[in-house]
Design a protein. Structure first.
Length: 304
């Protein structure tokens, strides 16, 4: 029995093909009349198209690699299916946990933008073998931008994204909604001053409403950093891999979780386009971590 996972380049091909199928579906929609539902609040919405796009992605992944585990924003964890004898290479069975392939799927990252008719949303699929990130694709269907990375350089529409250093703080652009309303509820005395301090420390802060797209733009060198204090693995798995393969750096903070968990399972992060760090952003995350460790705040947890 073959227990070796497919190569990262093959896993990227599979993820990219699945994302492309969902992108075609989303591009064909009339986004002027999209009904929305609420998960936990008016800030956390879902549409029927989130579920439909995830179904499309899952079906494609199952067809190409039925032995893979799939973790989706809408459908949760779907264990590996029994490999089919007729599936050839794609059915390589990952009985060894170190060779288990997992796809972390966000069918529409930036649902509020999507539902409002804005083009700032994307499909994000990160791929792990065991616990190691090995590939990722972020497909922004309306913008025509497909970011990909496996074990080579990160690319945008097939063009290599050249490494670029993080600019000094006075010239830096941050793409982030940090601290955001969730941390505002969790640690209100921290959130207000943190927002002001972050804005004062850099040239500009912009919030696109899609963590995955913001990570892709940091990987591209269009911004110097991004970060959030509450996040899910399906939002960041692909983006983390893109940033690293483009020469960037990532720091994560564990909240109350076990620090040894893989970084894409940690609740807080700051990603920079180069090895150089933005000290104020990192310091604010350290303060948030200290609040969580000390037990202060109302919602101290992983957020994933």
């Amino acid at each position: 029995m073959n227990t070796t996972a497919p190569a990262p380049t093959r896993l990227l091909e599979i993820a990219t093909a699945a994302a492309h199928e969902a992108a075609q579906y989303l591009r064909a929609l009339d986004r002027d009349h999209i009904a929305r539902e609420y998960k936990t609040s008016s800030h956390d919405i879902v549409t029927e198209h989130d579920r439909a796009a995830e179904d499309i992605i899952v079906a494609a992944l199952r067809d190409m690699l039925p032995s893979a585990r799939i973790v989706g924003e809408e459908g949760g964890e779907r264990p590996a299916e029994a490999p089919q004898d007729t599936a050839g290479e794609a059915a390589a069975e990952a009985g060894d946990a170190a060779q288990q392939v997992s796809f972390y799927v966000d069918p529409i990252d930036g649902t509020s933008n999507f539902a409002a008719g804005l083009p700032l949303f994307c499909i994000s699929i990160g791929v792990t073998v065991g616990e190691e990130l090995v590939a990722g694709v972020i497909d922004a269907p309306i913008l025509g931008q497909v970011f990909t990375a496996a074990d080579g350089p990160a690319m945008l529409n097939g063009r290599v994204l050249e490494p670029r250093p993080t600019r000094p703080a006075r010239d830096a652009m941050i793409l982030s909604g940090f601290p955001g309303q969730s941390i505002g509820r969790e640690a209100p005395d921290f959130a207000g001053p943190a927002s002001v301090e972050l804005a004062r420390s850099v040239s500009a802060v912009r919030h696109y409403g899609s963590a995955a797209l913001e990570l892709a733009y940091v990987a591209a060198g269009w911004a110097d950093a991004t970060g959030l204090g509450h996040i899910n693995a399906w939002d960041v798995a692909a983006g983390f891999h893109l940033v690293r393969q483009a020469g960037g750096s990532i720091r994560t903070w564990p909240g109350r979780e076990v620090a040894e968990r893989p970084d894409y399972l940690q609740p807080a992060y700051v990603a920079c386009t180069g090895a150089e760090r933005l000290e104020t952003f990192d310091a604010l995350m350290e303060q948030l971590q200290q609040l969580r460790t000390s037990g202060q705040g109302e919602q101290l947890g992983a957020g994933h």
